[in-house]
Design a protein around this ligand. Structure first.
Ligand code: 4AD
Ligand code: MG
Length: 459
């Protein structure tokens, strides 16, 4: 039985239970002792009472350290006058696994920095068990949201031959011996000798394949790992992260933004309803304004502003930004945070960015200078979603690719879509970890990834 079920109302006086978990604390006197047991299903520990009279291995149990794994059978006793509402009087305690005395998670508060050095153990602490329970729940909520709307879930490949974002931030995949690379006559590495007979990388986005499937199913989404060799050592960049990428056919940028807003509100409501204790915990110990802020988000419309208007707001702000503001520049985190935290004070969509700072596939606007892009920015983080209406006009797309130096051969499947029943379509990518940061108030992406991979660091 899970401890959470007991706290959820299944604790009856005199009921026999069997619970498995790990020792959080152990206090013993000569013939009598208390164990606080945690099984990861809930914050609260189950109090186990051990008595020498009832347990032949009492002496052995008494010697256990924090972290030991136990299987406990016993009888529940309601204790309404005590701190905990009930306890288990053990009549059998099996020691499934002892724990060495140097166990790193003793009963005290550890810093997140320290806990990052022990990713294999930190999920056993209250904060991280809450983070990873919420992470699991949000993944489920996302699938539920798209499933309820009839979207088809597509598994896009992780090994690819094209750079979706065109930013050159790809991790190469190769079986070539790096100390003895085959070379052609000009001395260039000969990738025809590589595993796939060509140069390949880990995907930076499943979008291009997602578009293929949207042209077959109408509405699809992907949800999978994504890799970026971005040399950004920040609290919101990881080299390996998860992304959710819906793609909708017969749809424009407004449909895209509506879907993104509905999805974010849906997952917020879902975690508030289904993980109320965890959310209360984050609100008390991680981010004091969290619940009030999320409540405001679900009950208000997101803001909308064009890139050009955003630049005007930033110029008028009188702020001394580290990166000076001018039309044509990419918005930096400090600009994004000013707009959401000081101007709008809620999530906003910034639309119609200059084409020079956006990817080749975004639909060119009539002004010839901007593209039908949208970024969703939220207070505390900045960008959590990047999306756009896609360029469906073959001639305009080929022209754009030429401008950006992309070889048509590498994107032939993508161009085919514009030849065979190409239609207006749009999509976006939600950074899963950034969404979890937003929902929990955790301020470092390393603390919402089970095993963070960031530049210069792989524990
Ligand atoms: O804005 P991005 O680069 O957009 C795309 O990849 C598009 N292909 C999406 C699409 O239209 N289908 O990335 C989308 C989101 C960002 O808004 C951010 O939340 C997250 O992915 N992201 C990262 N998260 C963590 N670490 C990184 N290095 C990230 N790079 C992007
Ligand atoms: Mg982006």
């Amino acid at each position: 039985m899970k401890i959470k079920e007991l706290f959820a109302g299944q604790a009856e006086d005199g009921k026999s239970v069997e619970v498995c978990g790990w020792v959080r604390t152990l206090r013993v006197s000569k013939n009598f002792g208390f164990i606080e047991l945690n099984d990861g299903s809930y914050f609260k520990n189950l109090q186990v009472v051990i008595e020498a009279e009832k347990l032949e291995n009492f002496a052995e149990i008494s010697k256990q350290n924090v972290g030991a794994a136990l299987r406990v059978s016993g009888v529940l006793a309601l204790t309404p006058e005590a701190k905990q509402p009930f306890e288990v009087k053990a009549d059998r305690v099996e020691i499934e696994g002892v724990s060495a005395p140097e166990y790193p998670l003793q009963k005290k508060r550890h810093s997140f920095e320290y806990l990052r050095t022990i990713p294999h153990l930190r999920a056993r602490t209250n904060t991280f068990s809450a983070v990873f329970r919420v992470r699991s729940l949000v993944a489920f909520a996302i699938h539920k949201f798209f499933n309820e709307r009839g979207f088809v879930y597509v598994h896009t490949p992780l090994i690819t031959g094209s750079d979706c974002e065109g930013a050159g931030e790809m991790f190469q995949v190769t079986t070539l011996d790096q100390d003895n690379l085959p070379r052609d006559e000009q001395g260039k590495v000969d990738y025809s000798k590589d595993f796939f007979g060509r140069r390949t990388s880990l995907t930076v986005s499943g979008q291009l394949e997602g578009e293929d499937f949207a042209m077959a199913f109408g509405d699809i989404y992907t949800f999978g790992p994504t890799f970026r060799a971005e040399n950004s050592n920040t609290t919101r960049h990881a080299a390996e992260f998860w992304m959710i990428e819906p793609e909708i056919a017969f749809a424009d940028l407004n449909d895209d933004m509506r879907l993104a807003e509905d999805m974010l509100k849906y997952i917020i409501r879902y975690v508030l309803e289904n993980a109320p204790e965890e959310m209360q915990f984050f609100n008390s110990f991680v981010d004091k304004g969290l619940l009030e802020r999320l409540d405001n988000v679900v009950n208000n419309e997101f803001g909308h502003v064009t890139y050009t208007e955003a630049i005007e707001l930033l110029e008028k702000s009188g702020k001394n930004f580290e990166y000076p503001v001018s039309w044509g520049m990419d918005l930096q985190t400090e600009h994004e945070r000013y707009l959401t935290e000081e101007v709008f004070k809620k999530p906003i969509f910034v639309t119609d960015y200059p084409k020079e700072i956006k990817a080749f596939y975004m639909r060119l606007n009539d002004d010839g200078k901007t593209v039908a892009a949208m970024d969703c920015l939220v207070p505390g983080i900045g960008e959590i979603i990047g999306g756009s209406q896609r360029e469906e006009r073959l001639d305009v797309l080929c022209e754009r690719m030429k401008e950006m130096g992309l070889a048509e051969d590498d994107y032939s499947h993508y161009l085919d879509l514009r030849r065979y029943g190409g239609t207006k379509h749009a999509g976006y990518g939600l950074g899963f970890e950034r969404a979890i940061m937003y929902l929990t108030g955790m301020s470092n992406i390393r603390d919402v990834l089970p095993y963070p991979r960031t530049v210069n660091s792989l524990y």
